[in-house]
Design a protein around this ligand. Structure first.
Ligand code: NZQ
Ligand code: ZN
Length: 385
C-alpha cells in the first residue's frame, strides 16, 4: 500500500426526514443562494421540504443549472450572488447542481477570470464560500468530495477541477428524494458509481486489502441492487443502499494508497463535450474497450475482478478476463445503457476530433501507468465503435 493522507470534512445526514437538519447546519443570519436544476425539485416536493426546514431564513433561488453544468449559466449565478451579498450556497439536485455550485462558490471571491479555476484544475482557488447540499441523484459522489466538472458551451470543453476549498460543509442524503428519478437517471447513477469504483480498483495490485475488499463489496451491491431500483423505484432500502454506495464510491476512501486510472473518464468527457451524451453513457461505451486494450497491464486485477466480483473461477486466465469484461458490458446493458459509439451514430470519422480535444486538454499520458497516449486513446475509441 502506498502512503496517503485522507481528509473528509463533510458532515453527512443520511435518511428519511433528514432535510430538516439543514436548520442546525446553516446560521440564521446567512444570506443563502439555493441553486437547482431544471425543476425536478419543484415537482417532487424537495424544494418545499427545504423551505420548511429553513423558516424565516433569507433564501434567494437560482434555477436552470443544466446537466453538465455550463460556465455560461454558472457565471449568471456568480453575478447574482455577488450583487446580493450571498454568504452561503445550498445546492439542491444531482451532481451537476452540486458541481456547478462548487464552481460558483469558488468564483464569487475570485479576482481573475473564473474560467481559470477550471484551466488551473483548481490550483487557482484560494478561498470559496461555504456550500451545503441536498442530493437528489446518487451517482457522482460530488456531495462529499472536492471535485467538480464544468463545461464551456462556447468552446465545447468539459473539464474537471479539484480543491479542498469546495468540500461541501454538509450533505443531506435522503433516499426518498431519489424515488422520482426516471429510469435513465437511476441507471446512469448506478453505472457512474460502478465505474468510479473500477477507476480506483482495476489497476495493479499493491496489497491494499482494505481498499480491494471494500471496492469488491460495493461493486457486488451495485450489480445486485441496480436492476432492482429500475423495477422497484419506490423501495426505500434499495434506494438507500444505492445512495450510500454511490457516495462511498467517490468520497476518496477507495482511492487512498492505491494507483488510480481515470482514463475512461477522460475519454468519456470528450464524448459528452462534442456529442452531448450523458456522462455515465460515455463511460459505459469506453470502459469495456479500455479494459480489453489494457488487459496485459491490468492482468492481475482483471483476474481478481473476475473471481471476486463475478464469481468466475473456471477456465483459463484469458477466458476469465474475457468473461469479466463481457459480464461488465452485459450489466451496463441490463441497466439500459448502450455500450457502443455506433449506437449514437458516432462513427470512425468523428474520432480524430475526440483525440484532438484530448490533446488540447493535455490528456496525453493517461491511466495508472501514464501510458495511454493519444495513439492508444484513438485505438480505444475505435474499439468502442
Ligand atoms: O435538472 P433537474 O430538473 O433537477 O433534473 C435532473 C437532470 O435532468 C434529473 N434529476 C436529478 N434528481 C432527480 C432528477 N429527476 C427526477 N427526480 C430526481 N430526484 O437528472 C438529470 C441529470 O442530473 P445531473 O445532475 O446532470 O446528473 P448526475 O448526478 O449524474 O451528474 C452528472 C454530472 O456530474 C459530473 C458529470 O461529468 C456530469 O457533469 N461528474 C462529477 C463528478 C464529481 N464531482 O466528483 C465525478 C463524476 O465522474 C462526473 O464526472
Ligand atoms: Zn463519473
Amino acid at each position: 500500500m502506498q502512503n496517503f493522507t485522507y481528509y473528509s470534512p463533510t458532515r453527512i445526514h443520511f435518511g428519511q426526514g433528514q432535510i430538516a437538519k439543514l436548520r442546525s447546519e446553516i446560521g440564521k443570519n446567512e444570506r443563502i443562494l439555493l441553486t437547482y436544476g431544471g425543476g425536478s425539485i419543484k415537482r417532487n416536493g424537495i424544494l418545499d421540504q427545504v423551505h420548511a426546514a429553513l423558516p424565516g431564513y433569507q433564501i434567494h433561488e437560482f434555477g436552470g443549472i443544466e446537466p453538465n453544468p455550463s460556465y455560461e449559466t454558472l457565471m449568471k449565478a456568480v453575478a447574482y450572488a455577488r450583487y446580493h451579498g450571498i454568504t452561503h450556497l445550498l445546492a439542491v439536485g444531482g451532481g451537476s447542481v452540486v458541481d456547478g455550485t462548487k464552481f460558483i462558490a469558488a468564483a464569487i471571491p475570485y479576482q481573475g477570470e473564473p474560467w481559470e479555476i477550471v484551466t488551473s484544475r483548481g490550483q487557482a482557488i484560494e478561498k470559496a464560500l461555504p456550500l451545503s447540499c441536498v442530493l437528489t441523484l446518487p451517482a457522482t459522489g460530488s456531495e462529499t468530495n472536492c471535485f467538480s466538472v464544468i463545461s464551456k458551451k462556447q468552446t465545447m470543453d468539459k473539464q474537471s477541477f479539484a480543491s479542498p476549498h469546495v468540500y461541501p460543509h454538509c450533505a443531506i442524503l435522503d433516499p426518498t428524494a431519489t424515488f422520482s428519478l426516471p429510469p435513465r437517471q437511476t441507471a446512469n447513477g448506478v453505472v457512474d458509481a460502478f465505474i468510479h469504483i473500477l477507476e480506483q480498483y482495476l489497476t495493479y495490485p499493491v496489497n491494499a486489502l482494505v481498499q480491494d475488499e471494500y471496492a469488491e463489496g460495493l461493486l457486488r451491491i451495485l450489480i445486485e441492487e441496480g436492476p432492482k431500483a429500475l423495477t422497484s423505484p419506490q423501495d426505500y432500502d434499495i434506494r438507500a443502499n444505492i445512495m450510500w454506495t454511490a457516495s462511498q464510491a467517490l468520497n476518496g476512501i477507495l482511492g487512498v494508497g492505491v494507483p488510480q486510472d481515470w482514463a475512461t473518464h477522460a475519454l468519456g468527457h470528450e464524448i459528452t463535450a462534442l456529442h452531448g451524451l450523458d456522462h455515465a453513457q460515455t463511460l459505459a461505451i469506453v470502459l469495456p474497450a479500455l479494459l480489453n486494450e489494457k488487459r496485459q497491464e491490468k492482468y492481475a486485477k482483471l483476474i481478481q475482478y473476475a473471481q471476486k466480483v463475478w464469481g468466475i473461477h473456471q477456465g483459463s486466465d484469458a477466458f476469465k478476463i474475457d468473461s469479466a469484461i463481457n459480464e461488465t458490458r452485459k450489466f451496463f446493458e441490463r441497466m439500459g445503457l448502450k455500450t457502443r459509439l455506433s449506437d449514437f451514430n458516432i462513427s470512425e470519422a468523428d474520432i480524430p476530433a475526440l483525440v484532438q480535444k484530448l490533446q488540447q486538454h493535455g490528456q496525453t499520458a493517461l491511466g495508472e501507468h501514464q501510458d495511454i497516449t493519444l495513439e492508444v486513446s484513438q485505438r480505444i475509441y475505435m474499439a468502442a465503435l
